[in-house]
Design a protein around this ligand. Structure first.
Ligand code: J2J
Length: 563
């Protein structure tokens, strides 16, 4: 196990292996097995993206301009029209279609190409790509090689990316071949010491013999929604993450006829497991869109016969409004899954009539535990709960402030343990001691209650986090940035209710000298390289912040004041 990661105790590892949850299979082998079973079936339909299947490397220059991005590679291979067998077609608009055999072969070529560049098993690679075919071929290439992707979001900027690179000692960073990302990479290169490659295109080479990664080893890093001053990284192993995908596929009843559209950014755990991993595990077809707007997704649903998709509540609202126009035939959709933030009971009722398909809710977290409704769940359960865990080995406790179980049906904090829930964040022993119980349960920071059926109802949060339409903001991280502003003496970031996003963020600032204005603070945060979704939506200037009896800022009182 990689240094800085917390392994499962042997007793649990043995239990999960014996029960068949953990298999002796890497993520790369999972894809290989599917390719053997149904090589000719369509696996992927996706925009090719600017990161094409050819080699161009932008690296650290060694001359006087060191630290700037300098392109010194060359494009090889055709600019359009993918190579290799298993490609069922591509069109002028830059779409790529790969069969299972094609995707499998491409993953081998990418693994070899990465290796030839000098990327080695165990290396960390920050991946910041939109939903494209390149995303999928790259990550399976990395899994095959045993190099570890760190899933950044397209919205992340130099503050976040630099931190990921430094904290994991990443040697490579993969971006789309676009000016703003090249510029971003330049900023990151200037601040980091370990980064050797910035790739704007995915390297390929003839397949090479590579050592097999250990299925028990860490395969990837996800980002935690976070509550702390700096983001936390979630290490996931091959066998355990593969199991989460398999468990989701089984819970949702996926099969080869499943055509799953992912339009939310793939770097999030939810679209990665429920969309990519579960669909490929089941032998279905993964369709990618570079954004969830109806303009982009509705034509795809119609042309590809999409049967499944996942949406956050705010996007579901947009879809429901757009569906009223009736311009596109959405009749292939069998089910939409809504999660990531709380779907109100009122909106839930409108989904099935508006979209003409079944509703399922989902909850989960990059740290592991996730739940979905089951096809046989009755409507009265689907409308008021967020789902039920996918694995029979998932353990949940609902506890009070002293970690005592609350009476059945009452609200408390959710603790989780199980075959795909981590035992600790990467290199964070002090934080882990607070966030995990002595017997290995993860403190989710979510307030829930359980229905007698075991379904989970989300009731709120105890963690200092804002859920802005599914994007999670760690209040402390943004507060730390704002405190660096000369006119900010004290600050607290809180969530205020919002009809579309669920919550928006509001910065409550006690000024030093002249009170700053919101556009000025926003520009300041952008200048510091903070992702746009973390920039406060609202600013409240205050003379002081309300305190708890213990003298800490009372976010509860503050939220009530600004709501
Ligand atoms: C309320 N809050 C929810 C829901 C997540 C499946 C689905 C979602 C995620 C995810 C995921 C919620 N209602 N339906 O990884 O596999 C909030 C909780 C949770 C946090 C985790 C998956 N579904 N949440 O959203 O790591 O507060 O994962 O702890 O992004 O989102 O966020 P994230």
């Amino acid at each position: 196990m990689l240094d800085g990661c917390v392994p499962w105790p042997e007793e649990f590892a043995e239990r999960y292996r014996a029960a068949g949850y953990w298999k002796d299979e890497t993520l790369g082998e999972m894809l290989r097995a599917r390719a053997r079973e149904h090589g000719d079936r369509p696996a992927l339909v996706a925009p090719r993206g600017s990161t094409r299947g050819s080699t161009r490397q932008t690296g650290r220059s060694t001359g006087p301009g060191a630290g700037r991005v300098t392109g010194h590679g060359q494009v090889t291979g055709p600019a359009t029209g993918p190579r290799g067998e298993g490609t069922t077609g591509s069109d002028e608009a830059g779409w790529e279609r790969l069969t299972y055999a094609g995707l499998d072969a491409r993953a081998d070529r990418v693994a070899a190409g990465l290796r030839a560049l000098g990327i080695a098993p165990g290396d960390r690679v920050v991946v910041q790509l939109p939903n494209t075919a390149a995303f999928v071929t790259l990550i399976f290439g990395l899994f095959r090689l045993g190099a570890l992707p760190i899933f950044a979001l397209p919205a992340h900027r130099s503050s976040e990316i630099t931190y990921f690179c430094e904290f994991t000692a990443a040697t490579a960073y993969v971006i789309p071949d676009e000016d703003d990302y090249r510029h971003l990479a330049g900023e990151v290169l200037a601040k980091t010491t370990t980064l050797e490659h910035v790739l704007t295109e995915i390297p390929e080479a003839d397949p090479a013999d590579l050592p097999r990664p250990d299925p028990a080893d860490v395969a990837l890093f996800l980002l935690s929604g976070g509550t702390t001053g700096v983001p936390k990284l979630v290490p996931r192993t091959h066998r355990e993450w593969a199991y989460s995908g398999r468990a989701v596929a089984e819970a949702c009843g996926y099969d080869q006829d499943t055509v799953h559209l992912v339009s939310l950014p793939l770097g999030h755990n939810w679209p990665l497991t429920h969309g990519l991993l579960a669909t490929l595990h089941a032998g279905g077809t993964l369709v990618l869109a570079d954004g969830p707007s109806p303009d982009e997704t509705f034509p795809l649903i119609e042309s590809e016969g999409v049967t499944e998709t996942g949406l956050v509540p705010g996007v579901a609202l947009l879809w429901m409004e757009a569906a009223e126009w009736g311009e596109h035939d959405l009749s292939s959709l069998r089910r939409v899954t809504i999660g990531g933030s709380k779907l109100s009971d009122e909106l839930a009722k409108r989904v099935e009539p508006a979209l003409g398909c079944r509703l399922q809710q989902a909850f989960g977290m990059a740290e592991g535990l996730c739940g979905f409704h089951r096809p046989e769940d009755p409507p009265e359960v689907v409308l008021v709960s967020q789902g039920i865990p996918v694995s029979p080995a998932d353990e949940m406790r609902v506890v009070d402030e002293d970690d005592r179980d609350v009476p059945p049906g009452e609200v408390g904090q959710l603790l989780a343990r199980g075959p795909y829930t981590i035992r600790g964040y990467y290199r964070s022993p002090a934080h882990n001691a607070q966030t995990f119980t002595h017997d290995g349960f993860y403190r989710t920071g979510d307030l829930v209650r359980l229905l007698p059926t075991g379904h989970v109802v989300f009731e709120g949060r105890v963690k200092d986090q804002i859920n802005r339409g599914g994007d999670k903001i760690a209040a402390e991280e943004v507060e730390n940035h704002l405190l660096a502003h000369p006119n900010v003496r004290q600050v607290a970031l809180v969530g205020v209710p919002d009809e579309v996003l669920g919550e928006r963020s509001c910065a409550c600032v006690v000024p030093r000298g002249e009170a700053p204005a919101l556009p000025e603070l926003a520009a300041f945060l952008r200048e510091r390289g903070v992702a746009a979704f973390k920039i406060p939506d609202r600013l409240e200037i205050m003379t002081d912040l309300p305190l708890t009896p213990l003298g800490k800022v009372s976010k509860k009182a503050l939220t009530a004041m600004v709501t």
